[in-house]
Design a protein around this ligand. Structure first.
Ligand SMILES: [Zn+2]
Length: 217
């Protein structure tokens, strides 16, 4: 742990950021799911009491550190236990879409009528690309997309969610929830299987989320 030599991950944690408004989106979503008291408890346990009643402002400044995102997720697990914490992180991810679209939707073109009228598979493709570009261009998160007939592979090559974590199984639940809700929204209410199968916290190269291109119902 407290090594004095600078390991890459330690350096990364200090130099990689979300824009303020992305951090704000996550905290607003957390508040919707947990209520004020719940968010405050998580912020205390995550060692981030400075955000209590002082969410980051609505701006594009790259000032919300990746490590704070990671600590928010571990704070959830500390507050509610690993199992419930995981479920809640998925719900927070899902709720983040609504606030995210409010913030970023118009500039992504995803809320235009023209987008909504596209065929479903085109919408899924265009939407995923726009979404990945948002993270790549507006934050230090790096996402690479791959496709085959069955899946979209959402590779998070630099991930804030599991930063400085070691885990037995994939643990970037917030991202899984966000992608699940995005597909639900884009398809007008269909459910798609979304599963993280590789994770940097488990020693993998990237956090890879498999998105089934065919809906379950
Ligand atoms: Zn991750």
């Amino acid at each position: 742990m407290n090594k004095h030599n600078q390991q890459p991950s330690v350096k990364d944690s200090q130099h990689h950021f979300y824009p303020n408004r992305m951090g704000r989106v996550v905290l607003l979503a957390m508040e919707e799911i947990l209520g004020h008291g719940g968010v405050n408890a998580v912020l205390h346990l995550a060692d981030l009491p400075a955000y209590i009643k002082a969410y980051p402002p609505y701006n594009q400044d790259l000032k919300f550190p990746f490590i704070h995102i990671s600590h928010l997720q571990t704070g959830l697990e500390k507050a509610y236990g690993p199992r419930a914490g995981r479920g809640l992180a998925m719900l927070v991810g899902r709720a983040s879409l609504k606030y995210g679209l409010r913030e970023f939707g118009p500039e992504l073109g995803l809320t235009d009528l023209a987008f909504r009228l596209l065929p479903l598979q085109t919408k899924i493709k265009t939407g995923s690309e726009a979404f990945a570009a948002l993270f790549n261009n507006c934050s230090d998160q790096k996402v690479r997309l791959e496709w085959d007939d069955k899946y979209i592979y959402w590779h998070i090559e630099r991930c804030p969610l599991c930063l400085e974590r070691e885990a037995d199984g994939p643990c970037c639940h917030l991202a899984v929830g966000l992608l699940q809700e995005s597909l639900y929204w884009v398809s007008g209410g269909k459910y798609f299987e979304v599963e993280e199968k590789q994770c940097i916290a488990c020693g993998d190269e990237a956090c890879t989320i498999f998105i089934d291109r065919t809906s379950i119902g």
